[in-house]
Write a protein that binds this ligand. Structure first.
Ligand code: SAM
Length: 268
């Protein structure tokens, strides 16, 4: 783990992460093309949203929805297919370009905005009925409180805030086929620095870095509460273990969900 004072480093670390996602987006897009989910999820949202999430998201026709850290945009397309007027926000222009091409092909009306989730100044306060974020986004963000405060700011009073993230219990293990060995304490938030040059087929070692943050379950819940939201549900679920996870994680929760509403009377 790096010892970095992240207070004034946010932009630099996020900027490195942005470069990493821009560089990796073509490769990421090829993977998504081979799975083909993005074509199906507008008509079959259950392919990319769990029943627990869908319980809050089925009745969204005509509602204004923001998806923060939209990545492969499968959730964006599912929510657009359910009738939401969706704004897809991501820090990587390359990721957004891929998504915009796909949205056009699927004839889905989606607005795209390149922005850092900790600074959504280009979105007006109190404009969205729903803000959805998750699927490995917070791990790239150095300031969870600012991120969720921005999410709450753009929500209308009583608007719905849905956080559906990879469970932090899955992040702390060494690569091993048969044994769980702690690689970093659950309480070490990072930043964890990785050289991802080789992973993204970049020729020069060290040219691409990424910075990851390991937030705890209480960090997530407290950030939602500090943002001025009241909790409706907290859940932990899922048991699938993917090849890339590299450790025998069976028996540990795969995802967690926090559903909240912005309290009326919160500053816009
Ligand atoms: C692993 S993807 C996950 C996103 C999406 N849920 C998915 O399943 O594809 C992470 C995305 O978060 C975006 N991202 C990383 N840091 C960000 C930041 N500070 N602000 C906005 N987006 C960010 C990346 O560009 C990338 O598209």
């Amino acid at each position: 783990m790096l010892s970095i004072d992240t207070k004034n480093m946010t932009n630099r670390l996020h900027e490195e992460n942005r470069k990493r996602w821009d560089a990796g987006s073509a490769q990421w897009a090829r993977g998504a093309d081979s799975r083909g989910l993005w074509r199906r999820c507008p008509a079959e949202p259950e392919l990319v949203l769990s029943p627990r999430e869908l319980a809050y998201l089925t009745d969204i026709r005509g509602k204004h929805v923001a998806v923060l850290g939209s990545g492969d945009n499968q959730v964006v397309f599912a929510l657009a297919g359910l009738g939401g007027a969706v704004t897809s926000v991501d820090i990587s222009q390359h990721q957004l370009d891929v998504a915009a091409r796909r949205a056009q092909e699927l004839d889905l009306a989606v607005s795209f905005l390149r922005a850092d989730v900790t600074d959504l100044a280009r979105l007006d306060s109190s404009t969205f009925d729903i803000v959805y974020t998750g699927g490995h986004v917070a791990v790239w963000v150095s300031d969870l409180d600012r991120y969720y405060a921005e999410a709450a700011r753009i929500l209308k009073a009583d608007g719905l805030f849905v956080v559906a993230e990879y469970h932090p219990f899955r992040r702390i293990w060494k690569e091993s086929t048969h044994q769980l060995i702690v690689a970093s304490s659950y309480f070490e938030r990072g930043p964890f620095e990785y050289d991802v040059s080789e992973e993204i087929l970049h020729p020069k070692p060290g040219a691409l870095k990424s910075y990851e943050f390991h937030w705890t379950i209480s960090d997530y819940i407290n950030a939602v509460l500090k943002a001025g939201c009241r909790l409706l549900e907290v859940d932990e679920f899922g048991k699938d273990v993917a090849d890339w996870e590299g450790a025998p994680l069976n028996g540990l929760p795969e995802h967690f969900l926090v559903v909240a509403r912005k309290e009326a009377g919160q500053p816009a």
